[in-house]
Ligand binder design. Structure first.
Ligand code: IMP
Length: 179
């Protein structure tokens, strides 16, 4: 397992600190309101579970799954809903929680389809941000940390469904996908 890790980018200690900071900012910005947190499966599961425990205003949680890269490290650009929300978003304050924003295509798509459903507001939160790879302009209201252009794994992020359980964020060794 560790041989597949090239370098740890965000340690467990650092993750905890960043998530607590995001939770505090969200708590103060949403004072007096109820949030509907939309966790984007599967990658954001760990981040979202940690984040919502740091948010001290009332919230509801729902899940949505969209297509990702399959077994490749490059985005195809086409986004597809694999699982939709269980509840209506009309009149609610939505907070979309993503693991990482890479090209920005997924987040842009999510914002546009959710906007069409009549929410009171939409904000976005992503634990990781790879700004060098951006193809479309998309606003991340709450961003954990910027990382360089490298394929990362761990803390929910996978490569071909592996490595999600690593408690840190690491760069995947290129030998794994060049095999
Ligand atoms: P985007 O649409 O290109 O911004 O990509 C968003 C999705 O691609 C994320 O939610 C991840 O599931 C996946 N992704 C992007 N970069 C990485 C990475 O470095 N490692 C693992 N998954 C990634």
């Amino acid at each position: 397992m560790e041989k597949d890790v090239k370098e740890v980018l965000v340690s467990e200690t650092n993750i905890k600190k960043l998530v607590a900071q995001l939770g505090q900012r969200i708590t103060s910005d949403y004072e007096g309101k109820e949030i509907m947190v939309i966790c984007i499966l599967k990658g954001a599961v760990m981040f979202c579970a940690d984040l919502i425990r740091e948010i001290k205003v009332p919230l509801k949680l729902d899940f949505m799954a969209v297509s990702s890269y399959g077994e490749s490290t490059e985005s195809s650009g086409a986004v597809q809903i694999l699982k939709d929300l269980d509840s209506s978003v009309e009149g609610r304050h939505l907070l979309i929680v993503e693991d990482i924003v890479d090209t920005g295509l997924t987040l842009r798509y999510l914002i546009s389809i959710l906007n069409a459903r009549g929410p009171a507001s939409i904000k976005t939160c992503a634990f990781l941000d790879k700004p060098e790879r951006r193809k479309v302009d998309v606003k991340i209201d709450y961003s954990g940390i910027e990382i360089p252009d490298a394929f990362v794994i761990g803390y929910g992020l996978d490569y071909a469904e592996d490595y999600r359980h690593l408690p840190y964020v690491a760069v995947l060794s290129s030998e794994v996908y060049e095999k």
